[in-house]
Design a protein around this ligand. Structure first.
Ligand code: GKR
Ligand code: MG
Length: 442
């Protein structure tokens, strides 16, 4: 099929794909350990009349190469014709199935990332051309601020980047806490206190799947003691995410213990059928960014009843408008919707905030790794959080501009750090030889 190339609006002249590496501390998770740098890819579309649109996606050389193989299909296309662009890319790449997501906590598919990168950058340009913020292109703003939650990690001491497992002794406040070790309940509570003091978060998530479930449950009860009902302002909602490493029996056993203190339990077990079994046994709502992760997964999710809340991610669901479609599906089938994150900078955060502002039912604060990052690639520095929320940008498009000097510096990091994809297992083996990822551990 030959798709029409309607040229009535601004057309793409150039596609720039820049891999970058950003400083990331040694955070632990179910798949192992974060490397000293997290990889992102910055995509810049430039129109024939010099307007640029930007986007940010998780960095992976295979995704970057695939995107590069399709740039000739993008040049000359009108940025308003996003449906055609999507069809052209689908014809070029073929379809991708849900299994290609892989077993890791993050999504390994290429096509969804490419759709997301191209669509967000097109929307940025459309917003600039029409003088409207991206949220208006998603149907308009339903809130002025988008709330995020504190995202806690077990971690080794270290600031990441060149310092690696070392720390900057002059650091204060959150900068100091960001590099401190957190390997037990007291460490996790201290991390939460520093993060909430700095960003004002009103809910808390612990990344689990690292230690024996009984230790992680103890950390959750320590958080409850520190952020419980006696606190001025009342108890903060708590969540834990073992990234599907628990067995059904473990999830039911510890899920019952946690029932009185959890807002939701995220991906306790692997697969929709196991999630459905755990969900029937517990009163606590279950959330996922691992078992229902694509439109192909929706029929089985509904048939089985595998979760209560889908943690969307525009990088993994194929863009912002696809995420709005997901919101409609969630509404129809009684699912809550919130957002998942990975290590990211301000372009992704801006896109998340525009989407979060447009979602009809936003009942849970979104995830963000942003406090763990210290770099930035946008002009004007890092986003600010007030009471845990980010104000929706009002400028045209995403409302953020690329800082080309910062981009060049972060690209240099990419070239020197030697990483081309995320592999937390290899990083963990550097400190713990023989350590192996297990899809189900406890
Ligand atoms: O950053 O280590 C991490 C997380 O484990 C991340 O990769 C997950 O995708 O945040 C994620 C989650 O909620 O599963
Ligand atoms: Mg998760």
């Amino acid at each position: 099929m030959t798709l029409p190339n309607t040229r009535t609006g601004p057309c793409i002249r150039e596609v720039r794909i820049t891999p970058i590496a950003i400083v990331d501390p040694p955070l632990l998770n179910a798949a192992g350990l974060h490397a000293p740098y997290a990889l992102r890819t910055i995509v810049e579309l430039v129109t024939e009349d010099g307007i640029s649109g930007i986007s940010e996606i998780p960095g992976n050389v295979a995704t970057n190469d695939a995107l590069a193989s399709a740039t000739h299909l993008l040049t000359g296309r009108d940025v308003f014709q996003q449906n055609t662009i999507r069809q052209v890319l689908t014809e070029h790449f073929g379809t991708e199935n849900a299994a290609q997501r892989g077993l890791t906590p993050w999504d390994q598919r290429k096509l969804v990332h490419i759709f997301s990168a191209v669509e967000v950058a097109c929307l940025d340009i459309v917003g600039k051309v029409t003088n409207r913020p991206v949220v208006d292109l998603l149907g308009g703003k339903l809130r002025d601020q988008v709330p995020f939650s504190a995202y806690l990690f077990y971690k080794y001491e270290g600031a990441g980047g060149e310092l690696g497992f070392g720390s900057d002794p002059a650091a204060q406040g959150w900068s100091a806490a960001r590099q401190a070790a957190a390997l037990d309940p007291a460490g996790i509570v201290a991390q939460a206190q520093a993060m909430c003091a700095e960003f004002g978060f009103q809910s808390i998530k612990l990344k689990g799947g690292v230690f024996d479930p009984s230790d992680e449950v103890a950390a959750m009860f320590a958080l409850r003691d520190a952020f419980g009902p006696d606190r001025p302002g009342g108890a903060l909602p708590l969540r834990i995410d073992p990234n599907a490493l628990w067995t059904v029996e473990t999830a039911i056993r510890y899920g019952r213990q946690l029932e009185p203190i959890l807002e939701y339990l995220e991906d306790p077990v692997r697969g929709q059928a196991n999630m459905a079994t755990v969900r029937k046994a517990l009163k606590t709502p279950l959330a996922t960014n691992m078992c229902t992760t694509s439109f192909d997964d929706i029929p089985a999710s509904i048939a089985l009843g595998s979760e209560d809340i889908i943690l969307s991610d525009h990088h993994f669901w194929g863009g912002l408008r696809a995420s709005m479609t997901l919101a409609g599906i969630c509404d129809t089938f009684g699912r809550g919707l919130s957002m998942h994150s990975n290590s990211h900078l301000g372009i992704s955060l801006a896109a998340m905030v525009h989407l979060g502002a447009a979602l009809p039912n936003l009942t849970y604060a979104l995830d963000t790794h942003y406090p763990w990052q210290s770099d930035e690639v946008i002009k004007g520095g890092r986003f600010r959080f007030d009471d845990g929320a980010v104000a929706v940008p009002t400028e045209p498009g995403l409302g953020v501009e690329l800082d080309h000097e910062a981009l060049a510096r972060l690209h240099q990091n990419y070239l020197t750090c030697g990483l081309t994809e995320r592999n937390d297992e290899i990083e963990m083996q550097k400190v713990n030889p023989g350590w192996q990822f297990q899809a189900t551990r406890w």
